[in-house]
Write a new protein. Structure first.
Length: 97
């Protein structure tokens, strides 16, 4: 029987690995006075002006319409902005090759 990882465990492992590689993983808040719905979970910043946005989901998790719209807008502006369903996928999509 395969145990499915939670979004929280995928997130913790992803952030740890991003930091090990010398990048910053900034959690984007969608709560409170300054929050705005639909933003991807993480903004990744790194050397040589690297910027990427990653939305983490479990393998069965679904994007909301607002999340899909935000990702499309960010991609339209030229940013790497993707949804990842595993730590490995998030690292491939969130960091340069």
């Amino acid at each position: 029987m395969r145990i499915e990882r939670t979004e929280k465990s995928i997130s913790a492992a992803f952030v740890r690995k991003v930091r090990e590689r010398g990048y910053s993983a900034i959690k984007l808040s969608t709560l409170g006075l300054f929050g705005t719905s639909g933003w991807p979970d993480y903004l990744i910043l790194g050397p040589e002006r690297w910027v990427a946005f990653i939305e983490l989901k479990t393998p069965r998790g679904k994007l909301t319409r607002m999340q899909s719209a935000r990702l499309e807008t960010l991609q339209h502006y030229g940013f790497p902005a993707n949804v990842a369903r595993s730590v490995a996928e998030a690292l491939i999509l969130g960091l340069p090759a």
